[in-house]
Design a protein around this ligand. Structure first.
Ligand SMILES: [Zn+2]
Length: 251
């Protein structure tokens, strides 16, 4: 999972979301969830709200259509971080909307969402929390584990199925291909091939499971870096610490 920065919406879209929330607030509490479901499917809402919100989320997501939970490149739905069934009034609340793949949205996450109240959540929100404080990605294994003591981390791994199916193997491959891209970037820099350097950066940022790249950058400057990268080619570790490369990838 990658830390995200949520941009402001265009003011017209922001106003429309507020108007829809006010409409919902005017309905009886017992009917609100059902009403929210119907409004979400409304033709005009799909066209004037859902589509433009999805466009903004796609720009906010790392890589190409990367799911904000699992990091694959198949994100195609606007997800309610706190499900409509838990808090209908957040159906059109911009900070509650994320981009997700249908596997995370429908198969794993669905309506499962434990919260210690409506505001505090036990799921890591990549646009609010720093995922590195809760989740640790093993680069060689491609498996996530919860940072010690983080209930949020463990719950996110379980609810979003972060270690399910082929996801760990895909991350393991992403780690291997990252090494090749880093060395290719270094060769391009040595030869002064600026276009090729940009292409390598683009590929590293846009690859599916780009969470591997961001986790590697985070780990390379952590206090435990020497033990984490003990079996890794030192050239790769040096590149992960290279200021020019880090600036390009983390801008
Ligand atoms: Zn996903």
């Amino acid at each position: 999972m990658i830390k995200l920065v949520r941009p402001r919406l265009p003011s017209e879209l922001e106003s429309e979301l507020l108007r829809l929330t006010q409409e919902l607030a005017g309905t009886a509490i017992v009917e609100r969830t059902e009403h929210a479901d119907r409004m979400w499917e409304r033709k005009t809402v799909r066209r004037d709200v859902y589509r433009p919100v999805k466009d903004v989320l796609e720009g906010m997501a790392p890589g190409l259509d990367c799911c904000m939970y699992c990091g694959n490149h198949l994100a195609d739905t606007v997800d309610h971080f706190v499900p409509k069934s838990r808090c209908a009034l957040r159906t059109f609340y911009w900070p509650n909307l994320l981009l997700a793949c249908s596997t995370c949205n429908s198969r794993f996450k669905r309506d499962q969402h434990r919260g210690d109240g409506l505001v505090g959540s036990l799921l890591v929100d990549p646009a609010r929390d720093d995922p590195n404080e809760h989740l640790d990605l093993g680069l060689e294994s491609g498996m996530y584990r919860a940072v010690e003591g983080s209930r949020k981390g463990q719950w996110t791994i379980d609810v979003c199925g972060l270690n399910e199916g082929k996801r760990p193997r895909a991350r393991e491959r992403a780690w291997r291909s990252l090494g090749g891209d880093l060395k290719e970037w270094a060769r391009a820099r040595a030869d002064g091939r600026l276009d090729d350097m940009r292409y390598c950066i683009w590929r590293m940022r846009d690859q599916p499971f780009a969470d591997v790249c961001y986790a590697a950058l985070h780990k390379a400057v952590s206090v435990n870096a020497d033990s984490i990268f003990i079996d890794v080619d030192p050239r790769i570790v040096a590149l992960l610490r290279d200021e020019e490369l880090r600036a390009s990838l983390l801008q």
